[in-house]
Design a protein around this ligand. Structure first.
Ligand code: ZN
Length: 137
C-alpha cells in the first residue's frame, strides 16, 4: 500500500470558545473530489488547541455532553503556559490530532450512528483539516 500524498484542505469556522462540529458531509465531499474509491483517508488537525474524533452523530446532545465531560476533566492545577490556554492544549492532547477513516465504494465507511467531529477548544477561529488519500498502489 503506497500512500498518495495529494493533500486536500477544508476550512472550519468555529463560533464558540469550545465547540464540537459535525464535518462528516464535508469530509465525504473531499473523498469524492480526491477520487478515493476503496482505501482510506487520513485526516490531520494541524492545531494544538483543537482535535478530531468520531462519535455519535444522530443526537446533538452527545456532542454537548462530550464537550462538558472534557471540560470537567481539566484538573485544577497551576498551569505554567503563559498564553493561558492550557486547558485547551490538554483537551486537544486527550482527543488527538488525527483519524484514519475507511472508504468503500467512494463513501466513508462509518457505523450507522457515527459522524466525524472537529473539536474546537480555543475558538472562535478559522481552522484547517488536512485530508490525504490512502489508496492501494
Ligand atoms: Zn497556548
Amino acid at each position: 500500500m503506497n500512500p498518495v500524498f495529494d493533500r486536500a484542505t477544508i476550512q472550519v469556522r468555529t463560533r464558540a470558545h469550545e465547540e464540537i462540529l459535525d464535518i462528516t458531509s464535508r469530509v465525504q465531499e473531499v473523498v469524492r473530489t480526491l477520487g478515493v474509491e476503496n482505501g482510506a483517508v487520513l485526516l490531520f488537525c494541524p492545531h494544538t488547541t483543537a482535535a478530531l474524533t468520531v462519535n455519535e452523530a444522530a443526537d446533538p446532545d452527545v456532542r454537548e455532553d462530550v464537550n462538558r465531560a472534557l471540560a470537567a476533566l481539566v484538573p485544577k492545577i497551576p498551569f505554567q503556559h503563559g498564553e493561558g490556554n492550557s486547558p485547551a492544549h490538554f483537551r486537544s492532547a486527550l482527543m488527538g490530532p488525527s483519524l484514519v477513516l475507511p472508504v468503500e465504494g467512494g463513501r466513508l465507511a462509518l457505523g450507522t450512528w457515527q459522524g466525524v467531529y472537529f473539536c474546537e477548544f480555543d475558538g472562535p477561529r478559522t481552522r484547517s483539516v488536512w485530508i490525504y488519500p490512502l489508496v492501494a498502489g
